[in-house]
Design a protein around this ligand. Structure first.
Ligand SMILES: *Cc1c(COP(=O)(O)O)cnc(C)c1O
Length: 384
């Protein structure tokens, strides 16, 4: 347990506590879920998305936990994220989900990353960079079956696969796609995309080419669409304890991993009618007590929560009053407060009594993904 008074390392009161036990729980639950559907109880390979600093949780710590539990692959969006992992000693295969600038091809070769490829010029340039490094790069051919983002047309896939295997310094390690609406229930669009991918893979096989690992499923598809799992699944948000949307059934208990927390650093009694914070957008409706919390939008606590959000202190919810500032915000703790300076304040986290990232997302017009990504660099990540 974290005891602020006994902690030897001086630290800001505002922190993102990362509950690694919950992370383990989620990964294990997802692995069991995918195994349960298989007649032989075998699960597909797992590629855990650790892009965007592990959805804000810390790329290295999440990767370590996922690999300990048997995940085979890691997914990143930027070469710099993979550099961090390799510098940390991670040797597992790392998929690069985005296309990148040719100036980074050297690093891709050097660090043995597995990039997505989707067009002939990119494949040729990558082969050249690999040749210069005397390395062989394993690539995954990304097919656009309906996302409209990176990916070749299904009709081009066979030819591009043939181009890859003709390159002396490239290997075809996989063929894959991505789903835009797998977080909706009973999605025939998603099922058709999976069927499309199967067709493409058969064409590649018929041409005598081994497609490598076939993969497609993001969290929504892992949760609801077993027919999309193929050889490997690529969950992200579910690993961090959230469903991708509110639309699907929730067959698994997922536990939020991040707890964004702070402390009460100041309290003050104020009379009825007192205006608070920038713009004086809130006036107290009675004599009351106002607590100040040293977290703001400079920490990634959304300003749209001004006069809307709630926080959890000692098991009770209190309203955020006035505008959220860059570094602080205020909470009305009532006329007879039980709250004291030094009390922990939960901005969002796994405690069911308090706000979750999902609640914050609903209040601010976004999705839990953006909420867990939002704590900024000045918020220390504390691992438990
Ligand atoms: C981010 C990402 C995922 C994971 O998506 P979730 O919705 O977080 O599960 C999977 N595949 C690709 C290509 C991605 O970019």
């Amino acid at each position: 347990m974290f005891l602020p008074g006994l902690c030897l390392v001086p630290m800001r009161p505002t922190q993102a506590v990362i509950h690694l036990g919950n992370l383990r729980h989620n990964i294990t639950a997802l692995m069991e879920h995918t195994a349960r559907h298989d007649p032989n109880r075998r699960r597909p390979l797992f590629c855990v998305a650790v892009k965007a600093d592990g959805y804000g949780h810390g790329v290295c710590e999440v990767a370590e936990t996922a690999l300990e539990l048997g995940a085979e692959y890691l997914g990143v969006a930027a070469v710099s994220e993979a550099e961090k992992l390799r510098a940390h000693g991670v040797r597992a295969p790392i998929l690069l989900y985005s296309l990148t600038d040719p100036t980074e091809f050297d690093t891709i070769a050097e660090l043995r990353l597995a990039p997505f490829v989707a067009d002939a010029a990119y494949i040729a340039d990558l082969d050249r960079a690999a040749a210069e490094r005397r390395r062989v790069i394993g690539v995954h051919l990304k097919v656009d079956t309906g996302m409209g983002r990176i990916g070749c047309r299904p009709a081009e896939a066979r030819e591009l696969a043939a181009q890859v295997i003709a390159c002396e310094h490239l290997r075809l390690d996989g063929v894959c796609t991505h789903f835009p609406v797998a977080d909706t229930p009973n999605s025939s669009f998603t099922r058709e995309q999976a069927a499309r991918l199967s067709e493409v893979v058969s064409e590649i096989r018929t041409a005598g080419i081994d497609p490598g690992i076939v993969h497609a499923a993001n969290s929504g598809a892992v949760i609801e669409y077993p027919e999309t799992w193929f050889d490997m699944v690529r969950p992200g948000i579910s690993v961090y304890g959230y469903y991708p949307s509110g639309d699907q059934d929730r067959p698994l208990e997922l536990k939020p991993v991040m707890e964004f927390r702070s402390q009460v650093v100041f309290t003050k009694r104020v009379p009825k009618g007192t205006g608070l914070s920038y713009g004086l957008s809130y006036h107290t409706t009675q004599d009351t007590t106002i607590a100040t919390v040293p977290a703001g939008y400079g920490d990634g606590f959304n300003r749209l929560l001004s006069n809307r959000g709630e926080v959890l202190i000692r098991g009770t919810r209190y309203p955020i009053v006035g505008r959220v500032c860059m570094d602080q915000f205020m909470v009305d703790i009532g006329p007879e407060p039980e709250v004291q300076t030094g009390d922990a304040v939960t901005l969002f986290g796994p405690d069911r009594a308090g706000p979750s990232a999902e609640e914050i997302a609903d209040l601010t017009g976004t999705i839990p993904y953006e909420v867990t990504c939002s704590p900024t660099a000045r918020v220390p990540r504390v691992y438990r």
